[in-house]
Design a protein around this ligand. Structure first.
Ligand code: MF3
Ligand code: CO
Length: 294
């Protein structure tokens, strides 16, 4: 059986927290899920699905996350250190009543990740990293508010950037958006990564395998793992109420990465070539998707 909790009566309050009667809320949904389960489809755990109250909470968290990245967009430029960006993120988050999800996460020492040029992800802000004209940098920000998690990242071009770098940033954004277009209820999650991979490889780039998107909301990283190199019509069913990120890391050179940085975090491309990433957080809805954080 898909759901091993005791069955709800038709007049009981629905499990999703909507306050509606089960029969008017998720009763038909649960019948459909049971059918899919019996047909062998991979389904999200019931307790990772978000109800209306949860979605409101995640949106309030995301409002801070979006505000931070908007603030960064307005203030970033040549001469800014990644340490300053970290301070902006910390201050903005605290002033708005949130907590930076990165800070102390598995021992991570800062409030945000700042990944410059050949840094794939998890660049640690430092006063020694001064952004200079021509750099491309990913700022990856995550917030907790009232226990709800939000997570998104954007690329920033510092001053005038080479055509090659501009193109990598643009194509990576397009690849993320192609993935997003594939978010449709009752279709399979593999379509997302397949679209990302297709777009990146068409432009001669490669896609990082080791990191992917993830379920999020009640916790920072939940099931499912969202691969950006999946095959179409494979993987978990996308179900209304699921929330996950799409966050492809696209390399200008080969897909190989180096994860043996002495600081234990910073990941770089193995060939030293540039890399880019965009991350959005998305809710699967009855008729498509809703962007929660960007
Ligand atoms: N924000 C990253 C993600 O997209 C996770 C960063 S974890 C940290 O999932 F500890 F490095 F901050
Ligand atoms: Co993420």
């Amino acid at each position: 059986m898909y759901w091993d909790k005791p069955r709800l009566g038709r007049n009981d309050a629905c499990w999703c927290g909507s306050g509606k009667k089960y029969k008017k809320c998720h009763a038909a949904f649960d019948v459909h899920m049971e059918e899919l389960y019996e047909q062998g489809f991979l389904l999200p755990y019931h307790d990772t699905l978000k109800g209306p109250h949860d979605i409101e909470g995640i949106k309030r968290s995301a409002e801070i996350n979006i505000g931070i990245l908007d603030y960064v967009a307005d203030h970033i430029g040549p001469g800014v250190t990644t340490e300053q960006i970290d301070q902006w993120v910390y201050d903005y988050t605290i002033e708005h009543g949130g907590t930076p999800a990165d800070l102390g996460y598995e021992g991570y020492p800062k409030s945000v990740c700042t990944s410059i040029n050949e840094v794939v992800c998890h660049g640690i802000p430092s006063k020694d990293d001064v952004l200079k004209e021509g750099d491309i940098v990913n700022v990856d920000c995550s917030t907790i508010l009232d226990g709800y998690y939000s997570d998104s990242s954007r690329m920033f071009c510092i001053g005038e950037v080479s055509e090659e770098r501009k193109k990598l940033v643009q194509v990576t954004r397009e690849a993320m958006l192609k993935g997003l277009e594939q978010v449709k209820p009752w279709e399979l999650l593999g379509n997302v990564g397949a679209a990302v991979k297709q777009h990146a490889e068409t432009h001669g780039y490669s896609v990082v395998r080791e990191f992917g998107g993830h379920g999020i909301g009640f916790d920072f990283h939940e099931d499912p793992f969202v691969s950006h190199v999946s095959e179409p019509n494979t993987g978990m069913v996308m179900v209304p109420g699921m929330v996950f990120t799409i966050e492809p890391m696209i390399n200008a050179g080969t897909q190989e990465i180096n994860m043996s940085h002495p600081n234990g975090w910073t990941v770089v491309t193995a060939d030293g070539k540039d890399t880019a990433q965009w991350e959005v957080q998305v809710l699967v809805t009855e008729d498509g998707y809703e962007l929660l954080s960007w």
